[in-house]
Write a protein that binds this ligand. Structure first.
Ligand SMILES: [Zn+2]
Length: 238
């Protein structure tokens, strides 16, 4: 039952084709699904652990006209609570009332946002550990890559959370290919990327895959059978 519903969900979020029905199967959507918040990595004063998680609460302290706001986190091993400063000694009038209410109400969306905030981590002197926080969900069966089609396959990659993931890792996982196979396809232009294979992506991007054999330009490609009369040839120079 649950499985069927999940499958329906996957299909319902397929990216619609822009120019009508013919190329609808040449688009794929990969989603980096959120499994959890990154661990906040800093030394615990009570034990040897360095991994912390938000408790889901903020603490607001008023001292005269000045406010302190902290996000509370607890140690994964010993449960000791510690504080991440969000606002320090801020004048009560400098903090919008709505924002103050968000902290006073322990707004879960604000906890999530701050727990993933790399700038806050830098400012407060801790690291974020994103391992185990995401999984890749693809709606593209692997045999798609084997099917020859002159229309490039468009793959939209959507991030539910800003987890930094190496592009190469996404591609090997998404296509079910080895690193060398992915590198080969990028080198010969069959996979076109808006960023380098070694880069870390953390927000949405789109890539294109050509599933017809590339025109032969190097000795390795010449070992393949003849391409056939209808093939496109790259390079339209004089
Ligand atoms: Zn501890």
């Amino acid at each position: 039952m649950e499985f069927a519903e999940t499958m329906n969900d996957i299909h319902s979020i397929r990216v619609p084709a822009d120019g009508g029905g013919s190329d609808i199967d040449r688009k794929a959507l990969w989603v980096i699904k959120e499994l959890g918040l990154p661990a906040i990595v800093k030394a615990c004063v009570s034990c040897r652990s360095t991994r912390h998680h938000p408790t889901g609460k903020f603490r607001v302290n008023a001292s005269g006209k000045l406010l302190d706001v902290w996000m509370l986190i607890c140690c994964e091993l010993c449960d000791r609570t510690s504080k991440i400063p969000i606002h320090e000694r801020i004048h009560v009038q400098a903090l919008e009332h709505e924002r103050l209410l968000v902290f006073e109400n322990n707004d879960p969306a604000m906890v999530r946002r701050l727990a993933m905030d790399a700038a806050l981590a830098g400012k407060a002197g801790y690291q974020l550990d994103w391992s185990g926080t995401w999984e890749l969900e693809t709606d593209m069966p692997f045999y798609e890559l084997e099917r020859e089609d002159p229309t490039p396959l468009e793959v939209v990659i959507r991030f539910e959370l800003p987890a930094p993931i190496r592009v190469e890792k996404l591609l090997t996982a998404g296509f079910g290919l080895s690193r060398s196979a992915v590198r080969g396809m990028v080198d010969c232009g069959r996979i076109r990327l808006p960023l380098a294979l070694d880069a870390k992506a953390r927000e949405d991007f789109t890539l294109f895959v050509t599933t017809t054999p590339p025109p032969s330009r190097d000795p390795a490609a010449d070992q393949r059978p003849a391409i056939g009369p209808g093939s496109m040839v790259h390079g339209t120079g004089p």
